[in-house]
Every structure is written in C-alpha cells, then in structure tokens.
Design a binder for this molecule. Structure first.
Ligand SMILES: [Zn+2]
Length: 262
C-alpha cells in the first residue's frame, strides 16, 4: 500500500512523525507521499523525507491557501519554491489548484497562479497533485488548456460526470476516507467506473479519516480501510487492487525502483 497524499509536516502530526511512520510500516505500507504547501513547508518536507529514505517521498507547491497568504509576495515565494524543487528531492509539484469553497483570492487570480505552476511543472516534466474544491468546470478548462501536464486529482469527491472528464484528459483520480462515508454514493460510483490503471488511494492525513476511524485524527496507516472499501466496491481481490494502485503510484510519481523488490 502507498498513501499518495498526507501532510506529515502538519502541526497535528509532525511531533509524532516517527511513530506515525512506524505505524504505517507496521500496517504494511511501502511508501507515503507527504505534501508540501509553500517554501517553508517544503523545507520541512525535505527534512522529513531525509529521515525516512526510500519510504517517505515529498512534493511542494503553492496551494490556494498558501498563495493567498503570500499575497504580493507570491512571485518571490514561487521563485523560492522553484529553486527548492530544482535542487532536487521532490517527486511532484503540488498540491496546487482552485478552491471556490473558501474563495480566498479572486477566481481569475487563482486560475492565473495555478496555471503558472502547471507550466513550471510541465517544463520540469514533474507530475502534478491537484486540489480542487467546488471548481470542477474551471479546473477542467485549465487542464484542457495544459495538455502537457499529468498527475492526480487528489481527494476526488465528485461524481461520475466529473470523473469521466478528468479521465478523458488523462488524469489519475485519488480516493480517500470520503469513499467510506455514508453520504458519498456519487464518489463510490466514480470509484467504480475509474479504470484500474488510473486509481490511487490516499488519506489526506490529518483530515478525512475513513470509517471506522471517522472523526479521529487521520494517519497514513488508515489508508488500509479505504483500500479495503475500494476492493469491495469494485469486487476485486484486495491483493490485486493493492498491487495495481501501488504500481500506479510508483509509475506516476517515479518512486524508487527499490520498492518493487521490497
Ligand atoms: Zn492535501
């Protein structure tokens, strides 16, 4: 199992990071990707992955929240972030995207800042981790205009119509604990129609813990519950789904070949 999206540098997790990684290994995980949001967090991500080589991988990007906080310093922060990424050690650009739920910045500015990062990721041939909330139409427009990019729609919580549009554009979909929530029938329908080679699982720790841990602080070990729910929904053996989703994560993010034989 691979948790393709967690925030191990989050204030709720960082103090216990070593134990959390230990529990993830004990639960059978082979890797976790911890997501960096902004230059400062990106440095914390690098330190974290340095403590768990071959198991912890990291990304960096200016998500809608960090972009908003950066305000007029956005260009400077983006330059700093690109410098960190060019120095090496990250497996993807992100998370970046559009958030029309919080609408912290005007939407045209969100789209512009997102598109600039897509272009930087494409120039570097890095996969992208996408955050999208209540903005699917605009997201699909922007991604359609950037056919060179590839990557994952993280925390996919929409339904079949949106899933089909992202899949047509070549993107992967990552499902998390929301899949196990009672009121998420449309998400489950989307998870069933996604081709096996485009499926990923994640936790989004410390958020969105799956049933039976719903409401608790989430950690990567809980990805096992989401994977089990997904196997049941798709009516496939857990082992096969595990092998497939892990292989998808390895190939999309270029995780070390060492994992193949681990
Ligand atoms: Zn995230």
């Amino acid at each position: 199992m691979i948790d393709t999206h967690c925030h191990l540098t989050h204030a709720k997790l960082i103090g216990e990071q070593a134990e959390i990684v230990e529990r993830a290994r004990d639960a059978g995980l082979r890797a976790c990707i911890t997501i960096g949001t902004g230059p400062e967090d990106a440095r914390a991500v690098l330190e974290s992955i340095g403590r768990h080589p071959g198991f912890l991988y990291g990304t960096a990007g200016l998500d809608p929240f960090t972009s908003h906080r950066a305000g007029d310093r956005f260009d400077a922060e983006l330059e700093e972030l690109a410098g960190l990424i060019d120095a090496g050690g990250f497996c993807a650009w992100g998370e970046i995207g559009l958030d029309y739920h919080y609408d912290l910045d005007p939407r045209p500015r969100q789209r512009e800042r997102f598109a600039r990062q897509l272009e930087l990721a494409a120039e570097r041939d890095l996969p992208v981790v996408i955050h999208v909330r209540e903005a699917h139409d605009d997201m699909i427009d922007v991604l359609s205009a950037h056919p060179r990019n590839r990557g994952v729609i993280h925390s996919f919580t929409a339904g079949p119509p949106e899933a089909e549009r992202y899949l047509e554009l070549g993107w992967h979909l990552a499902f998390n604990g929301v899949l196990t929530f009672k009121n998420a029938a449309a998400v489950r329908d989307a998870a069933v129609l996604t081709p096996a080679d485009r499926l990923l699982v994640e936790t989004d720790s410390p958020y969105l813990a799956p049933v039976p841990k719903r409401g608790k602080r989430c950690e990567p070990a809980y990805v096992a519950y989401t994977l089990a729910a997904l196997a049941e929904l798709r009516n496939v053996p857990l082992k096969d789904l595990d092998r497939q989703t892990s292989a998808n994560a390895r190939s999309l993010f270029g995780l070390a070949d060492a994992l193949e034989t681990a």
